[in-house]
Ligand binder design. Structure first.
Ligand code: GAL
Length: 671
């Protein structure tokens, strides 16, 4: 088999399996039981030291390494590798007591109090110098240990300190603006500061968007961009120290990529990671959590340039603790979620956290070892999963095949949608994108969820759901995509503003008007509970608009109400056969599904279609791995031949995937 991670070796020799390990919460006697259980479960990697700063550095420059040495040794003796964290997510209480100015300040100018985590302003250089001191100390002491295989910078940067509005941040924001715009005149133009007389004579008068009054959307968008860049700077400063001490160890930080706009702009962060890592959690209220798993994987993979595997750094074995009602996972769900992440390109499955805590803010969050101990559904499934992942070692380094469908997802578009007042303030960007993803996922289509500056040419179908902010470059490349024969689907409230968050004039959906051959005169957002109907039988809520289809054919018209007879869904067929479809109304999941089925050929079948059976594929140049995940309550019988990796048995023709279970078949890649 020709498997390899291109320029960076993977931290474990097989699929990585383990989780956050926080031994400081437990007596050393428990540590021995921990490593025993880890060995039983097949754990080969743990993230260590994430919140240990205060226990490692008791006062400035005064270190207590003894307990950490012991745990590092113990893991090494038991063959467990370490993804070693820089502990900067948890500044020690002595440091925060001395520096009450370190914690971030909210938009209403209340400063966070110590007692949570990530309690620091990303722009504060004093804080950074303390952070880099502990980073260097940890790196110098442990970086050369053979079983320290990777660096985990801080933890979920931006989760707690995504924005800081303090004076230090304000000064840094001004510097950032100076380098972005060069002159204050350019900034005035970009922000449209003539409105409400906000014109600036000097950068010195600019403030972050503090307070609760309506603010200039362009200012707010730049503040979001700045905030992401500041945290990236922090990550890069830590990374530079780590690379200086251990040039060959991979460095990463854990992203939080899901269906919401991100706290920071991960698509722009990704090139600074040696290995991409994600924290993904499903929601108790989600009726189809498995689609959310697929969505996050489809986004993660699309952050790379070569579809390389990524690491699932955190997931939950069962319930989390941060939702209003925290559902325990059903039997088998832990394994299905994990295998689905692997099917979507993860070469590792890690959890928060090894052992469920007795105390502290997350005492009711599941772990790999629950409060009740190892004689439990959760630990039995953890152990079974460890066996599965060990048998899946041949999958390591293989790729998810190129997708036919690309869905655009852009943080800046999401941020700009969320900030500032809109014609309808109940449009949710992440949900809009996920609804389109669901329509394709349900049919077994391979989907990439990609940032809009990436190459479109490899896709047959490209969807721009509610892509509010669009650059000229993206608009042009979308036109080229259609000219080359692609099908572009654009939905309402896309293409509305440019990169400065200024409205594109001449009719909506500005950036896409030309390619779609339509223009919209006015938006008609609906009231809560109000519905509309189309003449093809579809209905929906939330959004309608007054469309003129000058160079497009009408697929469906509004029926009844103020827009009676006006186009609702249109298609413009271009000379090369490319199509540009505009969906001007909130047609909901059923409408989206029907439209996708009308417009886009279903994907070729891998094993035949069985309701509730999710099929994923990864391949190398010569091998193919078919992941079969049965979410249904009935067994699925399929026609497939190859070696079933979890059992090691050869299957000739017929394979049963029991209800709720998983199988992975290895076969030669078809020509
Ligand atoms: C993550 C975080 C972990 C833990 C987990 C709980 O966001 O990185 O430390 O808090 O959530 O779900």
């Amino acid at each position: 088999m020709t498997l390899s991670h291109t320029d960076q070796s993977w931290p474990t020799s097989g699929i990585s399996f383990g989780g956050d390990y926080n031994p400081e919460q437990w007596h050393p006697d428990v540590w021995r039981e921990d490593v025993d259980l880890m060995r039983q479960a097949g754990v080969n990697l743990v993230s260590l030291g994430i919140f240990s700063w205060g226990l490692l550095e008791k006062a400035e420059g005064v270190y207590d390494w003894a307990w950490f040495d012991e745990i590092v040794d113990l893991l090494g003796e038991n063959g467990i590798s370490i993804d070693l964290a820089t502990p900067t997510a948890a500044p020690p209480s002595w440091l925060l007591a001395r520096h009450p100015e370190f914690p971030p300040v909210d938009h209403d100018m209340t400063r966070h109090w110590p007692g949570a985590r990530l309690g620091w302003c990303p722009s504060n250089r004093d804080f950074r110098s303390h952070a880099l001191r502990i980073v260097r100390a940890v790196a110098e002491r442990y970086g050369s240990r053979e079983h320290v295989v990777m660096w985990h910078v801080s933890n979920e940067l931006g989760g707690g300190n995504g924005h800081c509005y303090c004076d230090v941040s304000a000064a840094a924001f001004r510097n950032w603006l100076k380098s972005r715009y060069g002159s204050v005149d350019k900034l005035n133009e970009a922000w449209g500061t003539a409105f409400w007389g906000h014109h600036y004579g000097t950068f010195d008068h600019i403030l972050p968007p503090r307070g609760n009054d309506a603010k200039n959307p362009s200012l707010m968008l730049d503040f979001d961009r700045f905030s992401s860049d500041e945290l990236l700077e922090h990550y890069r400063a830590e990374r530079a120290v780590l690379k200086e001490v251990t040039p060959d160890l991979p460095v990463t930080t854990n992203f939080m990529v899901g269906a919401e706009p991100d706290a920071v702009d991960y698509a722009r962060w990704a090139p600074h990671m040696d290995i991409l890592a994600n924290d993904h959690y499903t929601r108790s209220s989600d009726p189809v959590p498995q689609q959310d798993v697929a969505f996050s994987g489809d986004r993660m993979r699309s952050l790379t340039t070569d579809r390389r595997p990524w690491l699932l750094m955190e997931h939950s074995t069962s319930a989390v603790n941060w939702q209003p009602r925290n559902r325990a996972k059903n039997p088998g769900e832990l394994i299905r979620d994990a295998i689905s992440h692997v099917a979507h390109g993860a070469d590792g499955v890690m959890y928060f956290q090894w052992r469920a805590s007795r105390a502290g803010a997350e005492q009711f969050h599941s772990g790999m070892v629950p409060h009740a101990g190892p004689n439990t559904k959760v630990f039995r499934e953890v152990r079974a999963l460890g066996g599965h992942l060990r048998r899946l070692a041949p999958v390591l380094g293989s790729r998810v095949p190129a997708a036919r469908v690309g869905i655009l997802f852009d943080n800046e578009a999401g941020w700009a949608t969320r900030r500032g007042v809109k014609p309808n303030n109940f449009l949710e960007y992440g949900a809009a994108v996920r609804d389109w993803h669901a329509a394709f996922w349900r049919r077994g289509d391979g989907v990439d969820v990609l940032p809009p500056w990436k190459d479109f040419s490899t896709y047959d179908t490209l969807v721009a759901p509610q892509l509010f902010l669009v650059s000229d470059d993206t608009a042009l490349r979308a036109e080229e995509f259609v000219a080359a024969g692609g099908t572009l689907i654009v939905t309402a409230f896309s293409g509305i503003v440019d990169e400065n968050d200024q409205v594109r004039l001449g009719g909506y959906p500005g950036a896409f008007r030309r390619v779609l051959g339509v223009w919209t005169e006015e938006f008609y957002p609906l009231q809560e509970g109000e519905t509309f109907r189309l003449d093809n039988g579809w209905s929906g809520q939330e959004w309608t608009e007054h469309v003129h289809a000058e160079e497009a054919d009408v697929l469906a018209r509004y029926q009844g109400g103020a827009l009676d007879g006006y186009p609702a869904v249109t298609v413009r067929t271009h000379p090369g056969g490319g199509r540009a479809v505009y969906v001007s109304a909130g047609i909901g999941r059923a409408g989206i599904r029907a439209l996708v089925d009308d417009l886009v050929e279903p994907p070729p079948e891998v094993v035949g279609r069985v309701p509730g059976l999710e099929v994923g594929v990864r391949h190398t140049t010569i091998d193919e791995f078919v992941f079969l995940i049965n979410h249904a309550a009935e067994d699925a019988t399929l026609n497939i031949s190859g070696t079933e990796l979890l059992s090691g048995l050869t299957t000739e023709g017929s394979l049963v995937v029991p209800a709720g279970d998983v199988r992975v078949v290895h076969r030669s890649r078809p020509a």
